[in-house]
Ligand binder design. Structure first.
Ligand SMILES: Cc1ncc(C[n+]2csc(CCOP(=O)(O)OP(=O)(O)O)c2C)c(N)n1
Ligand SMILES: [Mg+2]
Length: 320
């Protein structure tokens, strides 16, 4: 397990440090797109992403950086995309909320809540029809559960027995609205989905080992039964909904709540475990941190020095 543990750790750390660098560089005004950071939610993304195969496809949301990097996405191409450069994974046309990279099975992310859910189900259907030994993964937030298309897609996947893994990152908020003002008190999303005929599980989304194990189990179940599976991962976003700052001062949630979740920092918790179980030493942790920071520096240099796309190519296919 130790090699895997180190991979999981490194991936979470990469996501955290990349997003901290995005936050730090954002105010320079060179990233001309909104950015939604997943800081605090890294274990959910890395635990799922590292349990997937390259041939599995994935679709995501406005908060896609972590999903992309955990699926094996190219760091340089992601940062260049956010800077709107021709070397970006979408040739600079998408920005932060529209990451696509078919080389690693990352088939799309969009800003319209719920919008990629049916696309992910369709990708699963195509795998079923062509008898591919891979699955489709749909990342969504707790807010997407309030979209009609969520129910149509779940219903269709259950009825047609489609190999889809739904991953709902429940961070308890949709922008500034907590779940309590959006859904009936006491509703459990994973239980509701069971009532629609899709097997499901709930897990601590800040415990990377638990997330990884559940994902592996869910994938085995999908292959065994041919049916879709739904995972609800409880987690918390640390920064504002959109942008680089903290926003605990504006009143929709409290500093106390944030600090409670901060104590459950998925990276710090895992680091402690790795040291306690003697999977690595403090020196190795320092080395991994240095390596990750070096990769990030290189990616930002790459992005900043890359050219902008040629306007004459604006209407050409992105996949040409
Ligand atoms: C159809 C639609 N309605 C509303 C919005 C505005 N909006 C953007 S992100 C968001 C919150 C979504 O919450 P959730 O799905 O829980 O994801 P999170 O931001 O917490 O990761 C909303 C309401 C939108 N982009 N699309
Ligand atoms: Mg949410």
């Amino acid at each position: 397990m130790s090699l895997l543990d180190l991979k999981l750790y490194k991936n979470m750390l990469l996501i955290r440090k990349v997003e901290e660098s995005i936050a730090k560089n954002y105010d320079a005004g060179k990233m001309r797109c909104p950015t939604h950071l997943s800081i605090g939610q890294e274990a959910a993304a890395s635990g799922v992403g590292l349990a997937l195969k390259k041939s599995d496809s994935a679709v995501s949301t406005h908060r896609a950086h972590a999903h992309y990097l955990a699926k094996g996405g190219n760091l340089n191409a992601m940062i260049a995309e956010i800077y709107g450069k021709a070397t970006g994974c979408c040739k600079g046309r998408g920005g932060s909320m529209h990451l696509i990279d078919r080389k690693v099975g990352f088939e799309g992310s969009t800003a319209i809540v719920g919008n990629t859910i049916p696309i992910g189900v369709g990708l699963g259907l195509s795998k079923k029809i062509s008898k591919k030994k891979s699955i489709s993964v749909v990342y969504c937030g707790d807010g997407s559960v309030e979209e009609g298309v969520f129910y149509e897609s779940i219903n269709f996947a259950a009825t047609k027995k489609i190999p889809v893994l739904f991953v709902c990152e429940n961070n308890s908020y949709s922008v500034y609205s907590p779940l309590l003002v959006r859904q009936p008190e006491g509703r459990k999303i994973h239980e509701m989905v069971k009532g629609m005929g899709v097997d499901s599980a709930y897990e601590d989304g800040n415990d990377i080992r638990k997330v990884y194990r559940l994902t592996k189990r869910a994938i085995s179940k999908i292959y065994e039964t041919g049916n879709p599976f739904f995972m609800e991962l409880q987690t918390y976003r640390w920064r504002e909904h959109c942008g680089p700052n903290y926003d605990n001062n504006i009143g929709y949630r409290s500093e106390e709540e944030f600090l409670e979740w901060k104590k459950r920092d998925p990276i710090k918790l895992f680091e402690k475990k790795l040291l306690k179980e003697k999977i690595c030493t403090k020196g190795e942790i320092r080395r991994i941190n240095k390596e990750v920071l070096g990769q990030i520096k290189e990616a930002f240099n790459f992005a900043k020095s890359s050219p902008f796309p040629d306007p004459s190519e604006a209407f050409d296919s992105m996949f040409a």
